[in-house]
Design a protein around this ligand. Structure first.
Ligand code: 4AD
Ligand code: MG
Length: 461
């Protein structure tokens, strides 16, 4: 048996030879004396056209094979240099392996993305989702390759945790307490001593804190795993479960951090262009016609770097009607991010030196006492792709920030330890993997780059 991908790679080798392939029917156009099957086996973005003729003893049955069925085909590979497709299979045997019912939802026509989300268990059989999810796989490999080649240690941070790593309170609880009869003390507080871990437990929102511990041992590390946020925001860019890549580097400051982030993003863009030309052409044709230009352009450009204060000044000078007025000292909203990266600069932009009160407790306080050494990378389409910072390495200042921000110092004492025993300047960032896939494909909704997305009030599959 051969894979369609192998035929594309070595078509001359298979020319006029008999081959056996197994896969699925995307379309079956039966005519009187012959028919065509649009055949895909999942190994490659493109499929193969199979031609069958009335001489075949089960010709009548083949004509009736429905879209979605699995089949096996024996036949001769014929090169067709003058046709749209480079070759076709002239079938000598077509066997139905698994039939498909008449109500198969993925018919050979345009379906809306909304509809396809409802059949997420079948949507990966369409061109769009074949392209998106293969790219997702390849991009993951690109990231591992990038960091492994630099000697970074891949660190598995825990998924169940006792800490709120961002101090933002957006965590899912993990418990085995009986929900109908939760044990409480006399003040009405949940009695966590009875719970599985004997304390409050959550799904992690970040692997950063554990990553910092490993960076203090291995110097350069990265995590790549699932993270969870119980954030009730129903937007195109937020998911309740998403994958994050979090490198952490000892002896690296905020500028080293941005250099690394920029190099990584460019590496992944190059990698997918190189490995997935068919998919990238498809996205450019059917999803976003400016995609390839935009990404190619980014490769040759240095990302912009501006401070938060400068960003707000740019927004204030812009001739725009804002829903939320930009203001010094305050967070940027989606429309502000979009304006900066899509209109003003038209390229990725790092925004640095954020007001300390809107950022996490672990970020390094700048000498102005007002801002922190944080950086967000904004990109067209996905908005905030990366969030990172230099970490506060000073024990006292860290504890002070934790107290000011109501982050429990006792339960994070181990984290403070990292400042007590050989602490050093260190930095890291978090890349939202889905936001990267959106950026690389032009797909606008995060629900369409996650195989089985989890968002508020949605837990199918
Ligand atoms: O900016 P965030 O919250 O930063 C952290 O979690 C840090 N601990 C990272 C670090 O310094 N090691 O999240 C990082 C990135 C965001 O820039 C965004 O791309 C993505 O994670 N992200 C989400 N992606 C999808 N859905 C959500 N709800 C997301 N929240 C954050
Ligand atoms: Mg952020």
């Amino acid at each position: 048996m051969v894979l369609v991908k192998e035929i594309y790679d070595k078509k001359e080798m298979f020319e006029n030879k008999e081959i056996l392939v197994k896969g699925w029917v995307r379309n079956n156009r039966a005519q009187k004396e012959f028919g065509f099957i649009d055949f895909h086996d999942g190994s490659f973005f493109n499929g193969v056209q199979v031609v069958y003729e009335s001489e075949l003893e089960n010709f009548k049955d083949i004509q009736k094979i429905r879209v979605g069925s699995s089949i096996s085909i024996k036949g001769i590979l014929v090169l067709t240099p003058n046709a749209k497709q480079p070759f076709e299979i002239k079938a000598s045997e077509v066997v139905l392996l698994g039939g498909s019912k008449e109500d198969y939802p993925i018919q050979p026509k345009r379906h809306t993305r909304e509809f396809l989300r409802e059949v997420a268990h079948l949507r990966s059989r369409t061109n769009l989702f074949q392209a998106v999810f293969r790219l997702r796989s390849v991009a993951a490999h690109a990231i591992h390759t990038f960091f492994q080649e630099k000697g970074f240690v891949y660190t598995h941070s825990p998924i169940i945790t006792g800490n709120d790593g961002e101090g933002a309170g957006q965590m899912f609880n993990v418990t085995t307490l009986p929900l109908k009869d939760i044990p409480k003390d006399k003040d009405g507080k949940v009695y966590y001593e009875d719970d599985f871990f004997g304390k409050e437990a959550h799904l992690t929102v970040t692997g950063q804190l554990e990553g910092e511990a490993f960076a203090m041992a291995f110097r350069n590390i990265y995590t790549f795993g699932p993270t969870f946020r119980a954030e009730n925001s129903n937007t195109q860019r937020h998911a309740s479960e998403f994958w994050m890549i979090e490198p952490e580097m000892a002896f690296a400051d905020i500028n080293d951090n941005m250099d690394m982030a920029e190099e990584m993003v460019k590496y992944v863009i190059k990698y997918v262009f190189d490995k997935l030309p068919e998919e990238m052409d498809f996205f450019n044709k059917f999803v976003d016609t400016k995609l390839k230009d935009r990404l190619e352009n980014v490769l040759s450009k240095k990302f912009e770097r501006i401070t938060h204060e400068e960003a707000v000044n740019i927004l204030l000078k812009a001739n725009k009607k804002w829903n939320v007025l930009p203001k010094q000292g305050e967070d940027l909203s989606t429309e502000h991010e979009r304006y900066l990266t899509e209109e003003h600069f038209d390229c990725p932009v790092f925004v640095t030196d954020w007001p300390k009160d809107i950022k996490a407790f672990y970020m390094k306080l700048n000498s102005d006492g007002k801002t922190v050494a944080a950086m967000d990378l904004l990109v067209p389409g996905s908005g905030e792709l990366i969030g990172g910072s230099q970490r506060e390495e000073d024990e006292e200042r860290l504890i002070e920030r934790m107290n000011q921000m109501n982050v429990p110092v006792e339960s994070l004492d181990w984290y403070v330890d990292l400042r007590r025993y050989g602490g050093c300047v260190h930095s890291g960032f978090g890349l939202g993997f889905e936001r990267l896939i959106m950026y690389l494909t032009g797909v606008e909704n995060i629900r369409d780059v996650i195989p089985f997305p989890r968002t508020p009030k949605n837990l199918e599959f």
